[in-house]
Design a protein around this ligand. Structure first.
Ligand code: ATP
Length: 220
């Protein structure tokens, strides 16, 4: 399903950041906040911004919330308001509802009421920062399952100027370099003769242990 129109309930730091980025990406975004100031701040940025209470069913009905492909509940501190807004969006028939949770319990309730995706921004960012702090070469990563990760790694000094055949990540660590970002472009599925340069970024796929082993050995 292609999502085109988004409704964001709550224009705090999280909601407004999601909204701005969706607009940058070329999508239509209606933002709702009960705080008039937040609405004024965001109305030049979003397609529409409206001052209203997102926990009032009549409000959501009158703005046609059910016609949006995706609803984002970006209310944090007021857990009751967040849950009510999420239930209303689901009941109105919004196909995909995403909600921000401020705690594990809040997230569990959101899941129980049928939210399609619960996001824990502080927890997830904390985990990412911790990973990046202990692995200086790690720029970003996606966990594709409990076991497997795709990681973006800076090329360690000792690998600069070497070909993939010389570095031999598959033979030595069991993980594969699936792409190399070079300043001039990206090489997808690089071959044994492709050479790593100091400013390159490697995209590596493997188990968490394999990627850790690669990073540890590269750091020595
Ligand atoms: P952030 O970290 O994103 O800034 P937060 O986790 O501190 O947010 P809040 O400040 O509680 O969360 O909520 C974010 C926004 O949601 C605020 O701008 C607030 O005015 C708005 N909001 C809270 N309750 C409602 C409601 N019932 N209807 C509409 N907007 C609401």
């Amino acid at each position: 399903m292609k999502l085109n129109q988004f409704i964001i309930l709550g224009l705090g730091r999280f909601g407004s950041s999601v909204g701005k980025e969706l607009i940058e990406l070329g999508y239509e975004v209606l933002g709702v906040d009960r705080d008039e100031e937040k609405v004024q701040e965001m109305s030049p940025v979003l397609t529409h911004a409206l001052a209203a209470d997102a926990t009032e069913e009549e409000v959501l009905r009158s703005i046609g919330a059910r016609n949006f492909d995706c609803g984002i509940v970006a209310i944090g501190d007021d857990i009751q308001a967040s849950i009510l807004a999420a239930i209303l969006l689901k009941d109105l028939g919004v196909k995909k509802v995403v909600a921000k949770a401020v705690s594990e319990l809040h997230g569990r309730v959101l899941e129980r009421v049928g939210v399609d995706r619960v996001i824990y921004p502080e927890r997830d960012m904390g985990v990412r920062v911790a990973h990046q702090l202990v692995s200086p070469n790690l720029l970003d990563y996606i966990e594709i399952s409990r076991q497997y990760t795709i990681a973006e790694l800076a090329v360690p000094d000792c690998w600069a100027g070497k070909s993939l055949a010389e570095v031999n990540p598959r033979g030595r660590y069991g993980c594969s370099i699936v792409a190399i970002h070079k300043p001039k472009g990206i090489i997808i599925a690089p071959t044994a003769t492709d050479v790593l340069a100091p400013k390159d970024v490697m995209v590596v796929i493997g188990t968490n242990e394999q990627i850790e082993a690669l990073q540890e050995s590269a750091a020595q």
